[in-house]
Design a protein. Sequence first.
Length: 400
Amino acid sequence: MSIYSSLQAAPKDPILGMTETFNADPAPVKVNLGVGVYQDDTGKTPLMACVQTVEQDLAERHRSRGYLPMDGLAAFNSSAQALVFGENSAVCQAGRVVSQQSLAGTGALRVGANLLKMASPDAQLWLSTPSWENHELIFTRAGFELGAYRYYDRASGGVDVEGMLEDLAGAAPGTIVVLHACCHNPTGCDLTPADWDRVVQVVVDNQLVPFIDMAYQGLSHSVDEDRYPVTAFADSGIEFLVANSFSKTFGLYGERIGAIHFVAADGDRAKKILSQTKLIARSMYSNPPTQGAAIVAEVLTTPELKALWAQELNQMKDRMKQMRQVFRAGLEAAGVDQDLSFITSQAGMFSYSGMSVAQMQRLRSEFHVYGLDSGRLCIAAMNSRNMDFVVESVATVLKG
């Protein structure tokens, strides 16, 4: 007799499980375009030079490894807040923002979800169609009933802005709306600043609660430009949340470094929020890790290192844009006659290829090129060594 006898085996994670399948594939030539990890042209996840510099410095200091406070390293929280909201943000200067170190972006989303469930237990939470696969798991496990708003337009390969606005206009007051700040995962399709202005107005008019997921700041246009939706909501005067991650932008995937930021109506309410989120952290993991937070704080508060980081981030962004151009040009040269302009108009690490489930399955089984059934391909995993093989494989599938 087992207390676990009622449990059934859970399905594999659609992203991480794909990597397990890829690793088990004995094919001599194979490419993994499923997992969302940035790689350089050698196919390696780089250790950024700014990170190496700080790590060497920290090692020489021989620091102790005591517990951090429940809300994390103060220098990290303040520097993350300045990055997300801007150095001279009015809402930050007014004391309306509290920030807490989290276990990367996933942990930030879960801490925010737990607090929202406490504050508004009957509220629905809406995700874009489609959204990052883990969003559904995070928010349902936090107890939310999920709804959806239109986002991706398959016909154009872009955003269905009018459909999105229409759906948000029909949401009940108090509905929590998860929004992707930039480099939308999985589609790579982003709103323009003018689009964001319209979204902000609908959210304000309908008394919705925005929860912004920002994992890719600086990988679409620039650090400053990519915070536009945060700034726009801050200027609107309403309360909202922002989850941000340093996995992609600092290459600190395994360090699990992120932050959750709450914009409250006033400073007193912000302090109450922080008191509750510290208890949420205490119940889940007690204290966040030290090393990654120390690295990020040191880089962002040292002008020379911050400039180096911005330069490296820009190089990552430019490499991915180049891969988009080469990928599109290769498919067109291979005789794919459909409009492929969406590949170069999308931004960030991912491209929604428009391929069907059957086509993606054929891509894996016949050519050993791995992408998600949704059609998502990781542009950041393409490089000069695998591009010809990827282009040939995808072109063959697209041409039927």
